[in-house]
Structures are given as C-alpha cells and as structure tokens.
Design a protein around this ligand. Structure first.
Ligand code: ME8
Length: 508
C-alpha cells in the first residue's frame, strides 16, 4: 500500500489576477507533489481560490461588476496559470462552490458544539486588504503592520474562544518541532501565542458576500474561517469520505510568511474546536521583491508569470524560482538574474553535459547505450551521483530545501563535466575505444540520474532527457536512481536534441 501525502497551496484571492508570488507558492507545492509521486506516495495536491470577503466585494463594486462575476473571471486566471506552469494539482476548490459552503457551515457547527463560539459585539480595527483584525497597539502610524489601511468596525459578531487555546497551541508547537518551519518564523509564532491570545471575531454583519452563519443569517462567516476550511471541505468534510480518511490531516501546507499566523495559530485552534486532527507541517516561505522594490499594483511592477513563461520557458521559470533563493528566505526577482542563473546552471552545465555526451554516443557508439568495463573513476562518479540523490531526497522531503536540492543536482553535472574534460573521450575514440565506451556509459548513466532528480523541478526537459536515454516511463521513479535500474548497453537511443537553450539578454 502506498503511503498517502496531502499537500496544499493557499487558496488565492480573486480580487486580482495572479502574479509571480502566487506562481512561486504553487510551483513549490508542485515540486513537492511531483517528488512525492516519484517517491512512490499516493498524492493529493489541492489548490484553489478564496472568493468571499469584503476585499472581493469592494473590488467588484469598484469595477462595476458583481462579486460572483469577478470571482468567476479571476478564478479562471488562477486555474489557467496552474496549467501554464505545469502544476499537477488534483483538485481546485472555489469557496463559492456548494461543496465548500456546506462543509464550512458544518465546520462552524462543529466548533459551536465545543462551546467555543459565542455572540458578542466587535469594536476595533479591520484591514480589508489583509482581511485581518488588528489591535490598537499593533498599528504603525495609523496603519496595519503590513502597511495596509485599517478602518474602525463596530458590529454584532460571533467570537471564537481563541484565548482558551493558548496552552494547547504551545503544547502542539513544543511536541512537534517540525510543525512550523523555518525556525525563525516558528519562534515568532510561539512568542505571539505566549504573548496571550484574544478571542477572535469570526462573523461580520456589515456586508453580505460570505457564507451565512448557520442559524443566524444576518451574519456571514469571517473570510479566514471560510477560507481555511477549504483544506477539509475539498476532501469531502463533513462526510466520512475516503479522501478524508486517506488524506486528513494534511501533510504539508505551504504558505507565504504573510499568512503564517492564520495557518499556525487560528487553523489548529479551529480544528481542535471542531475535533479534527491537526496538519503535520506548515512551511512559510519568504517574499519576492521586484528589482529591489516591493511588488505592488500601485507601483505598477507586478510580474505576470504568463509573460515570464512565454519569454523564458516554463522549466526555466520553475528552475529559477526554486533555485535562486533558499526556500523560507526573501529574495529579489530580476530578469537578468533569471537569465544568468538559467544560462550558468541549465544551459552551460546540465544542458551542455547532455549535449556533449549524447551527441558523442550518437556519433561514436552507433546511437546505442555503450558497453562498459568500469574503472575506479567511473565508479567514483556514479557513487557520487547516487549519494547526492539520497541527499536531494532528504532535502526535499524533510526540509523543503529546494534550492539546496537543485544545487546538489547541479554539482553532479559539474563533476560529470570535469570527468568529460579529464577523460577526453574524443581522443579515446582511436586510441582506446573500449575506454571511450565506458566513459560515455558512465556519463549517460549520470545523466539518467540527473534526469530523474530534475523531474519534479523541470518536468518537460527532464522527461525529454529521459526520452533521449530511452528510459521507460515506469522507470521514472526515485527508487530507480541506483545501479539496479541502470541503462542497458545496446539499447538504441533517439537522436539527441538540445535541452536548455541559452537565453539572450534583451536590450531595449
Ligand atoms: O492570502 N512573494 O491570498 P492571496 C512570495 N486568500 N509569495 C507571494 C507574494 C510575494 N511577493 N505575493 C503573494 C491569501 N504571494 C488568502 C489565503 S489560504 C486558506 C487563504 C503568495 O491571494 C504567498 O503564498 O493574498 C502568499 O501567502 C499568497 O500568495 C497570498 O495570496
């Protein structure tokens, strides 16, 4: 029986079109999902759109449309972007769907049953842009700590007794050191919770665009309670569905650092109240800026991921985003950096290795996997690739250190290129064809391993590389990375084709 693995992206607000930040999180989740699949897991990968709340309602009014129409339009953009980025999500949930509304209401009822929801009235600050409540002492120069505008809200509201969950949350963090990563962010969450938790307003009455509170339809549910519930409603909650049984609790929620508090504090408390198991891990990644500036619509510097894919290619964009900054840290996007990174590591290192090796095999070995009699240097290189593969696996599965994993893959190619130079197979052709064959075999086998490891990151090119090595589909699995599934001498290989073209810097 395969081990199950459930991974989610945040569900994105439909008040606007997707940008590079959304692409980033989705790609990271996809790398994880693809890796887990080739590692033999039964994966469920969920993405979707967050369609209720005041922000969406206000944007719709400003655009002279209805919230539903705005949601319909923008949800499609998010869904299409996932396709453009080769994202392999198994489901896409919209919070305006009936399955979600019912599930979210059921979750409310379950929380109500625990006695942790009560009616009161809220007066305080609210930021529509963040869809978040702020305490007076959190404001900075009259604005939210995020820089968003806040407004004073006074209205009847249901509250969730979050204050009662402080100890249970601290115990959760304490007992599960891998529950929140990176560590710095985990510490921030812990000190926030230690600082004391206030009860949370979880319903609104001053606008309509939300899921009605069961039994009191003057209220709509707070959009964050509605949104977080998506992770279970997509599995069929409240029904005892196979998906709920197989995939809940989630193995990994990947989110941006902006929304960690909602996922690491509110969400587990809601789940405890609803008597549901807690997810195993939440990873909060960092924030991209654009050429040193905060990405924002008002600055007009929003990066359209569709345009990037068109200009540079989908694998190239995926590679750059996963490679450029250690996952968890902030980073700066620039087209020049993308071009430099892709050219150095994909075109010059991995692409060039494939090109050299495959064309030599094509010309000199009758386009067949060559015969081999290994020498120590061959064995050493293959052992290095094997050990690296295991490290890559650990970095991905346990740490989500995607950048380090890619660096390790690139190191295999660097060593292999050094091996090409040191063994100079082109000179061996006349002097020692047997040795040439072994050298080329070793290199082809190295390429096979690189191809397998690249599958989650650059799926098109990785599959193309494995096609060129005639690796069967059913052998494109992580456990095939070892010698037991090595290339078979005599296998015919197709004509080689370039994998990663060099990108040109365009000067306007
Ligand atoms: O917060 N750099 O949706 P959202 C990196 N609906 N990642 C970025 C980014 C940037 N500059 N900008 C956005 C919401 N992101 C809620 C989530 S989940 C139950 C509800 C990514 O459309 C990052 O993952 O504002 C961030 O957390 C997410 O987009 C916010 O998307």
């Amino acid at each position: 029986m395969k081990e199950n693995f459930y991974i989610t992206t945040p569900i994105y607000y439909v008040n606007d079109k997707p940008h590079i930040g959304h692409a980033y999180t989705s790609i990271a989740c996809d790398v994880m999902a693809r890796f887990m699949r080739i590692d033999g897991r039964n994966v469920k990968f969920l993405s979707g759109t967050d369609e209720h709340g005041q922000k969406v309602e206000q944007t719709a009014a400003k655009n002279g449309t209805t919230p539903q129409k705005l949601a319909d339009e923008n949800s499609v953009h998010f869904r299409e972007l996932l396709k453009t980025l080769n994202i392999t999500n198994d489901d896409f949930i919209r919070t305006t769907e009936e399955r979600h509304k019912q599930g979210a209401q059921a979750m409310w009822k379950a929380m109500m049953k625990s006695g942790d929801i009560y009616l009161g009235s809220y007066s305080g600050w609210y930021s529509v842009r963040d869809e978040a409540y702020y305490q007076e002492d959190e404001l900075v120069n009259g604005k939210a700590p995020t820089g968003a505008d806040v407004e004073w809200v006074e209205e009847p509201s249901y509250f969730f007794r979050l204050s009662a969950y402080q100890d249970r949350l601290l115990e959760l963090y304490e007992k599960n050191p891998k529950f929140i990563d990176p560590e710095g962010r985990r510490n921030e969450v812990i000190s926030f919770v230690k600082g004391g938790l206030k009860d949370l307003s979880i319903s609104r009455t001053t606008f309509k665009w939300g899921i009605p509170v069961p039994g009191d339809e003057k209220h709509v549910m707070y959009v964050w309670l509605d949104a977080l519930a998506n992770y279970v409603t997509a599995l069929g909650y409240p029904f005892n569905s196979t998906d709920m049984k197989d995939f809940w609790p989630a193995d990994l929620h990947i989110v941006g650092k902006d929304i960690l508090r909602f996922h690491a504090v509110y969400w587990p408390a809601f789940l405890m109240a609803a008597d549901l198991p807690i997810p195993l891990r939440i990873f909060a990644h960092g924030w991209w800026t654009n050429e040193g500036q905060k990405i924002s619509k008002s600055l007009g510097n929003v990066i359209d991921p569709n345009e990037l894919v068109q200009s540079f290619g989908v694998d190239q964009v995926r590679y750059f985003l996963m490679r450029e900054i250690p996952f968890g840290m902030d980073g700066d996007f620039s087209r020049d950096k993308l071009i430099t990174r892709v050219n150095a590591e994909l075109a010059n290192n991995i692409g060039n290795l494939a090109q050299r090796v495959l064309s030599m095999i094509n010309k000199n070995c009758d386009a067949k996997v060559p015969q081999y009699k290994f020498e120590d240097s061959d064995k050493k290189l293959l052992a290095f690739a094997f050990v690296q593969a295991d490290k890559v696996r650990n970095e991905i599965i346990y740490e989500q250190h995607f950048s380090r994993a890619l660096e390790m893959i690139s190191q295999i190619a660097t060593r292999a290129n050094e091996f090409v130079d040191a063994s100079a197979p082109w000179t061996l052709k006349k002097e020692n064809p047997e040795r040439m064959a072994a050298v080329l075999y070793t290199l082809a086998e190295c390429l096979r391993r690189i191809g397998l490891l690249l599958l989650p990151f650059t799926p098109e090119a990785a599959n193309k590389l494995l096609d060129q090595l005639a690796v069967a589909q059913e052998q494109r699995l992580f456990h095939c990375v070892g010698a037991g599934s090595a290339l078979k001498p005599g296998t015919s290989l197709p004509a080689p084709e370039g994998l990663f073209p060099r990108l040109e810097i365009k000067t306007n």
